[in-house]
Design a binder for this molecule. Structure first.
Ligand SMILES: Cc1ncc(COP(=O)(O)O)c(C=O)c1O
Length: 394
């Protein structure tokens, strides 16, 4: 049994906030189908519409610009599919150019979707990123033409925490009449996100990344932006996403957002200090290491580190034996031993990309957690380096 359990994998998912849990237990009473006209249906509807106002208000949107969905992946798929739409019913296909511009550091739910759309005839272009993982604005600007339908760039990278210059990206796309989507799944709850400040047309969020429940997210669609539903059926979400609403999940998501209003800012300040101590401690105790991501424009709790001569997976297993939970890349990509596409895009090379670990700290982590990691982590690297040197000597 480890001395202590330390969860530092909050970019994969977060624990449910106790207040969210309470709200959801109470929410179980509102079992009616929100589309039903009777009392039980109306009660569920009231809670959903209340939640919509809370979610919308938090990002500066109007409630009718928010569509509740089942996940961040679904929201991202929905937006991208609008631009490959072939259906005669929504009319989008007649008006919108088909080219999509994205980057190669996006989450797999963007990258796999655009790959699939490309197979079906959509032109996809990838903006370069620099060594910190930031999208190169000049390159992006040059890619945008009158044939571009959509620019989709994430707001914060899940693996290295780099924050993108979404405001400038949106401006340069809008200057050429092109609409902009940002996958803000990792940003919401960690940094301020406001659609009027960013001036994006579509924005994705997912509740389980900010202490809400899994299986619920929201897609912001600016009023008047072209739209085509990915899931057709009933008239839920004003015909934009069929399927009986996940009342309980939606209530949980809204409660998580309410908690962020007071807790996000102090938590970010604390996380910055914890991350700084973790970074300094690692630098002082381990040789030949490299930090990935932007040093300043970065999520407050994300620290990605590469080390020569060690496999990230081995480090992860040894840390797990000490009760420390981290990740070697995006959780969705784990199971594959391919080096992280994000790290490769930053140009660090396959070997270093293989020897990388992501610490993603959350609101309940403490300085004691960080000190515990700093006690356990360096000897693990040393041991694995010795093992790999011994193995190389045969
Ligand atoms: C940047 C980013 N986008 C999208 C997703 C997918 O969100 P969900 O798990 O809600 O499908 C994730 C999940 O890790 C993510 O990090």
């Amino acid at each position: 049994m480890p001395e202590r359990y330390v969860y530092m994998d909050h970019n994969a998912t977060t624990p449910i906030h106790p207040e969210v849990k309470k709200a959801m237990i109470e929410g179980m009473e509102y079992f009616g189908n929100a589309s039903s006209f009777h009392y039980f249906g109306r009660l569920a509807r009231k809670h959903i519409e209340n939640a919509r106002e809370i979610v919308a208000g938090f990002i500066g949107a109007n409630p009718d610009e928010i569509i509740f969905v089942g996940s961040g992946s679904e929201a991202n798929n929905t937006v991208l599919n609008i631009y490959a739409c072939q259906c005669p019913c929504c009319g989008v296909s007649l008006k919108q150019p088909k080219e999509i511009i994205t980057s190669n550091v996006e989450h797999p739910c963007i990258l796999r979707t655009v790959e699939c759309l490309r197979e079906r005839g959509t032109t996809v272009r990838y903006a370069d990123v620099d060594s910190s993982g930031k999208v190169d604005l000049t390159h992006l600007k040059n890619l945008v033409t009158e044939n571009t339908g959509l620019v989709s760039i994430m707001m914060a990278n899940n693996e290295i925490g780099t924050l993108m210059d979404i405001k400038e990206i949106a401006k340069s796309a809008h200057d050429k009449g092109v609409l902009v989507h940002t996958d803000a799944v990792q940003a919401v709850g960690k940094v301020s996100v406001n659609v009027n400040d960013l001036k994006v047309d579509f924005l994705t969020m997912s509740a389980h990344k900010f202490y809400g429940p899994k299986g619920v997210g929201a897609l912001y669609v600016r009023k008047g932006a072209p739209f085509c539903p990915m899931i057709r059926g009933g008239h839920q979400e004003k015909g934009r996403r069929a399927g009986t609403e996940n009342t309980l999940g939606i209530i949980g998501m809204a409660k998580a957002i309410e908690m962020l209003k007071t807790e996000m800012a102090p938590s970010s300040e604390k996380l910055k200090k914890l991350k700084q101590r973790l970074r300094e401690g690692i630098t002082q105790t381990i040789k030949d290491i490299y930090f990935n991501g932007h040093i300043d424009d970065s999520l407050p709790g994300t620290l990605n580190v590469s080390f020569d001569g060690v496999e990230g997976e081995a480090v992860l297993l040894y840390l797990d034996m000490e009760g420390i939970a981290v990740s070697t890349g995006s959780a969705c990509a784990s199971g594959s031993l391919d080096p992280s596409h994000v790290l490769l895009a930053t140009g660090i090379g396959a070997e270093k990309a293989h020897g990388s670990i992501r610490f993603s700290l959350g609101k309940d982590n403490t300085m004691e957690d960080v000190e515990y990691v700093l006690k356990k982590f360096p000897p693990i690297i040393e041991k694995l380096r010795k093992m790999s040197t011994a193995y190389a000597k045969g």
